[in-house]
Write a protein that binds this ligand. Sequence first.
Ligand code: AMP
Ligand code: GLY
Length: 440
Amino acid sequence: MSETVLIVGSGAREHAIALALARSAQQPALVCFSNALNPGIASLCLEYGIGRITDPEAVAAFAREHEATLAVIGPEAPLAAGVADALMSVGVPVVGPTRSLARIESSKGFARDLLAKYKIPGNPFFRRFTSMDGLEEVLNVYANRHVIKDDGLAGGKGVKVCGDHLLSIDDSLAFARELVEHGHPFVVEEKIEGEEFSLMSFCDGVTLKHMPAVQDHKRAYNGDKGPNTGGMGTYTDADHKLPFLNGKDITEAQEMNRRVAAALAQECGAPYRGVLYGGFMATRDGVKLIEYNARFGDPESLNLLTLLQTDFVEICRAIVGGTLAEVDVRFSDRASVCKYVVPEGYPETPRKGDEVQLPEELPTNAKIFLSAVDVQQGKLIATGSRAVAVIGIGDNISEAEAVCEQVVREIPGPFFHRTDIGTDSVIAGRVDHMKRLRSA
Ligand code: AMP
Ligand code: GLY
């Protein structure tokens, strides 16, 4: 059967999804539905619909109109809005969980409760709140080591960490009060110390195929300074671990994903079909859970879909058909470094409207993914969010970083990127940090 695959979303993640589908031996037809045009995705698609991706009926109608045989949902908002449910109800199988299963991301309290109920290790202390009742008692116990999280999706703005954004108990009470006033439930949890990493797994509801571990960099500026962003860059290593992790950390993270997928199936009475993304912290006492996401990470997926060797259409088919156990999912044994090029002022007051000039030729071991860019009079114009992502591939992280940095530096204009991601000194710092924690 020749496939018509619908991609929902239009960031660099969805550009990477589109490219991975396009290089399949099955040569699927691609169509995209999103709220903005991504010229990179559009160049690979037969049809490109613009509309509200959180409107399940609109997405399902577009899928039917173009006779989609399969859909891949990129971002979290449509998953939380029930777009997978709507597509399935019109007979389109979906890589991406139903609204109920997507609560693993859309409700932080649901995720914590699930781990607790199914006795899956990895939770720090946590408590769910809908009012201020009992909050001060918890804050007194965890005075200098707590995190307050909006229970729902907040586009990265719903989490405040003590010592970072919350500098006193009064700050914490004020943030909690603001959440209560807006009618938002919230979670207070113990602040965990360690090194963060992401471990994503393809999941067909029963079988999981794990991807290599990745480290993201959420802060805007070098040295992990500045405001939080969607992610400024990521790296992976040739051995599919990360230099600061040991084999046990990887196994614990994989095991947590496996048990969470099984718990979700039991709790929701339906198989989780899509990508399960664990955001973890390696600590002196093993791996702890920061959060779960119900989708590919951005930028994590840019590294991983570039390194993916197995036919991506075959993987998607196996996810929706429950036959992932039969697929040999492989990633090349190379390292990768990804850096986002973003407008000056990003994320708070980004410049908009500047031309993004990409190099005419790329080295064979580099790739560029388009994100928040429009085309005007044949030129790429930055629209204010992360503009383009550059990936470098190499035999080790250092080599991949050099390739990535060389390409990024060829992109002129009022843009910036993090020059430190994937450098030897940053990696050595992470390794040192974990060594210190483990020997304390
Ligand atoms: P999230 O939106 O859940 O990814 O949280 C944003 C960031 O807050 C994470 O990337 C972590 O750096 C930090 N964070 C969240 N939960 C915790 C925790 N329990 N302990 C320490 N840091 C945390
Ligand atoms: N890289 C973080 C995320 O995709 O949520």
